[in-house]
Design a protein around this ligand. Sequence first.
Ligand code: ZN
Length: 138
Amino acid sequence: MAHRRLATVRFYFSFNCLKINLNMTDCIFCKIINKKLPASVEAETKNVIVFHSIAPVSTYHVLIVPKKHIKSFQDFSPKDKDLFFEMVKIAQKVIKDKKLSSGYKLVINGGKYQAVSHFHWHLLGGELEDKNDILNQT
Ligand SMILES: [Zn+2]
């Protein structure tokens, strides 16, 4: 009986590892992080990478991405608090280095508005593409 339970646990464990690996293998941001896909990298730390969007909506548009595969904002947990603050610090550094302090947006998309299922912030600066968008008027 105990042997069977152990086998079930092992199966469950390997199934979940396989699932995690499949998710990461399919994820374009994980491929960028693992240098399997090219990107225009703006900045990088041990746990966070910043690269330019391939579909910019402003004259300056980068994505701030944790290297750990976290699916969405809703999947952040207290154990990721140091990672979250590392993202804050690199965002502050890019805003300072690129002289964006006079006008920038830091945006989190979720659900149907999130194009890639790997959590990221959009840092927008300079001139926005769609000035009529209600979010661009506030
Ligand atoms: Zn990923």
